[in-house]
Each structure stands twice: as structure tokens, then as C-alpha cells.
Design a protein around this ligand. Sequence first.
Ligand code: NDP
Length: 281
Amino acid sequence: MVFMLSKSNFLACVFGNPIAQSKSPIIHKMFAEQLDIPLIYNKQLAPVDGFESAASQFFQQANAIGANVTMPFKHYAFNWVGQLSSQAQRAGAVNTIIKTQDGFVGDNTDGVGLVNDLQNHGVMLKDAKVLLVGAGGAAQGALPALVDSGIENVVIYNRTVNKAQYLVDVTNDYNKGLARVFGHSHENVAFDLIINATSLSLSGALPDLPNALFKKCETVYDMVYLPHPTIFLEKAKSLGAKKAIDGLGMLVHQAAHSFYLWFGEQPNPRPVYDHLKSLNT
Ligand code: NDP
């Protein structure tokens, strides 16, 4: 799948709108330095209705090797590429485009990024009972990798229950019956891991979950990352959750897997994570 150009000035970018906040250029610059790969990686602000032409224009450059895709373009990228990896197919979205000899391949590294970050933090996923909060793109992106990681089951809680049900149904062919919609019977379950895949922490708000769930929970994870612990992580800790992790590591690990897909070389996420933490932004 990996297509190597001559080793000069590879080009990659991240498409988004807005995109000014993206840390991806810092991450990929550090990865490229680690592996001595001459990569130029930039942010690309595309018009909300203009992903396809922005992507076509970018990839007309001979040395363009790949791109990341963030909100709101992951579904546009899914439809734009010629081939989909099984992760992208199952996630229903593309966050990584790889230029190959056979055309453009779309992949999704969000789930791998989440699972690698959890494992990196020593979280045992084998036979874990997982509560996934949220049923948007991030939750759907996470689900394939969670199912592949050997969990016992995953219960999905979402404000809009129909969307949680849709997520269970749309992933039915691969979730092996492990995914369920949250109901009353789950209110006293001792989940090993609760993952917040909503955007709520960005606005300082919390999902409407019973406190008891956090008392019994080993690890809580918030996909949102901020310069300080998110309200979700703080509340969970105060209620008894033992370990609390934010989504910065997921960001770095998903980028590391994108980098691997482009270049066939595995960068080391740790120093990049430490650097971003030290920036405290
Ligand atoms: P979507 O817009 O697709 O989904 C948003 C989710 O949040 C839905 O489940 C939605 O519920 C829920 N939600 C939003 N507002 C409220 C509210 N007021 N009350 C209850 N639930 C609410 O976004 P994504 O799934 O793409 O992203 C979710 C978050 O994950 C974002 O903040 C994003 O930054 C983060 N993320 C982090 C990554 C990382 O690498 N760390 C990677 C990808 C995403 P409903 O269906 O009811 O509207």
C-alpha cells in the first residue's frame, strides 16, 4: 500500500475548517525529523463545500504523498477516495488519504490511535467492559479498533438514543454482537473503561450519566484535550475513577499511524506527546 517517491520534499497536509488550531504540523514535523524524512506538512483550510477541489488541487503536486482530514471533511474524504481500508469502511469516515500507484486510498487511524494510547497508558482492553459515550464520528471511528482489541463488550450511551441505536446497527456486521445501546440494566454495571467521545468537555458540560458508574470504573478517557484536565475527567476522578486520560495521546498516536501508512516507518510518539504537553496549549 505504501508508495515511496524519491526522497525529496514529500508534501502532506491536513484539511479542515477551521484548521488554525491543528497541532498536526508540529507532530508530523517531529516525526519526520526523528526518521530523517524530508517532509513539508501544512494546514489546508478548505471551504466547507470545497473539499473535493482542494484535495484534487493538492494532489496534483507530484510530491504530495498523503493528507490528513479533520472536521468537517471526513465523510467527504470517504466518498472522494477510490479505495477504502477496512478500518475506514467500518468507521464510515476517512481521516488519512494515501496516494498510491493505484490511486487514492482512504484509511481511518482514529481508532488505532485511541487503542494504542490506552495500551500505552497500561489500560487492559482484553475482556474489558467498555462504556462509549457519544455516537458521532469519533465514536464510530473508535468502534472498529475497540472491537478488534478483545474487549468483552461495548455499551453506547448518547443523548440522542436513535443515533446510538444506528451506530449499533450500522456496525452490526463486524461488532460481533458486542455492542449494545445503554439502558436501565447498565446503570449498575462496573465498567472497566468509560470513554467520552462527545464534544461536551469543550463547553465545560457533562454527559447525563449516573454517578455510580464512575465510582466503579477503573479508567476514564476523554477524547477532548485541553491545557487542563477536562471537566469530565475531574468529575470522574472525584467520584472514584482510578485513572483519567485525555485525548492528546490519541491525537499523537493516530498521527503516528498515518505517518506509518505514508512512509512505512514507525515514528516514536512519546517525545512528541511530551513536547505537546510541555507547550500546554
Ligand atoms: P460529532 O459532532 O460527530 O458528535 C458529537 C457527539 O457529542 C454526539 O454524540 C452528540 O450527541 C454529543 N453532544 C454534543 N453536544 C452535546 C450536548 N450538549 N449534550 C449531549 N451530547 C452532546 O463530533 P465527533 O464525534 O467528530 O467528535 C467528538 C469529539 O471528539 C470532538 O470534541 C473532537 O474534538 C474529539 N475528537 C478527538 C480526537 C483525538 O484525536 N483526541 C479524534 C476525533 C475526535 P447527539 O448525537 O445527541 O447530538
